[in-house]
Ligand binder design. Structure first.
Ligand SMILES: N[C@@H](CCC(=O)N[C@@H](CS)C(=O)NCC(=O)O)C(=O)O
Length: 288
């Protein structure tokens, strides 16, 4: 069993908010992740697990400190796991130079270029972390879902779409919904995946949902919230592009509910306002 070290633990809404660290084989570095464990009343009880993926510049801490999600995880009896957003401290040249690239900006892909070969957040999130969680915490591996914010919204959508049956439901807040067309995505994909845009399609939510044509009936409704005052979206800014995802989903017959939230920005004030609805969305699929 992989060695986990508890970094912190705090009682919260009757359960415990914890942070752990371990040596990640996928990332070739130490990695931290958060786990919320709801109140346990019955021995040997297992809970559904919801994976949260954070946005640019975040560590495992932003979501647990700013969203207020614990009350809903406690109420719905769900374990919530949140990884960091990239490997750290690999000493790759340029890794620390930008807030939207390198450290804190793994974009949930498996890099194929030599320089960034340890940037394997996709395999970390879909393989290494779930295995670790199943070995160490009281979770039911048949009841997993995934959600996230911004870069993490992109991560949640692609992890869900690329792994049919692994997650029961998906939702996103202000996701980068069409990475290949977003300035953030173009820079990261060129560096991590190389110049061939065919390779980019494997990690672009809009391209992946397009490929679901004919399978729509098997996919539960995808919930997306987008603030109208989001600085990466308003006035024609093309960083997030939720409308591209919705158009492709419609064409493919995949059910999506995009809710435009009047006046909200890109920040955790927006996330904390709607996080309850996202727990309700997932609870419908996760609670027996
Ligand atoms: N300059 C901002 C832009 C990055 C940004 O908005 N990041 C979003 C995700 S894309 C975030 O969650 N920031 C961390 C926070 O608000 O706690 C920052 O450094 O936070």
């Amino acid at each position: 069993m992989a060695e986990l070290e508890e970094v912190s633990s705090a009682k919260c809404f009757g359960g415990y908010q914890k942070i752990f660290k371990h040596k990640s084989a996928e990332l070739g570095s130490e990695a931290n992740f958060s786990v919320y464990i709801p109140p346990i009343f019955t021995q040997n009880e297992t809970f559904p697990v919801l994976y949260w993926l954070s946005g640019l510049t975040c560590t495992e801490k932003n979501f647990i400190e700013k969203s207020g999600f614990q009350q809903y995880a406690s109420q719905h009896k769900v374990v919530v796991v949140g990884p960091d957003t990239s490997p750290r401290g690999l000493n790759i040249e340029g890794e620390e130079d930008s807030w939207d690239f390198g450290t804190g900006a793994g974009y949930y892909v498996d890099a194929i270029t030599e320089k960034w070969k340890n940037y394997r957040m996709y395999s970390y999130v879909t393989k290494e972390l779930p295995t670790l969680v199943q070995q160490n915490f009281p979770v039911d591996p048949t009841r997993q879902s995934i959600f996230g914010h911004s870069m993490g919204g992109h991560g949640a959508l692609i992890c869900f779409l690329k792994n049919p049956g692994m997650f029961k439901s998906v939702s996103a807040l202000a996701p980068i919904a069409n990475m290949s067309m977003s300035p953030w995505g173009m820079r990261a994909f060129t560096a991590y995946l190389g110049p061939d845009k065919e390779a980019w399609k494997e990690y672009d939510a809009t391209e992946l949902v397009r490929k679901q044509a004919g399978k729509g009936g098997e996919i539960p409704e995808i919930l997306i919230d987008q603030g109208t005052e989001d600085e990466w979206f308003k006035d024609g800014k093309a960083y997030l592009l939720p409308e591209h995802f919705v158009d492709a989903a419609k064409e493919a017959g995949v059910p999506v509910k995009l809710r435009m939230q009047e006046g909200y920005g890109h920040n955790y004030y927006f996330v904390s306002t709607f996080i309850r609805d996202h727990f309700e969305h997932h609870a419908k699929h996760l609670t027996k």
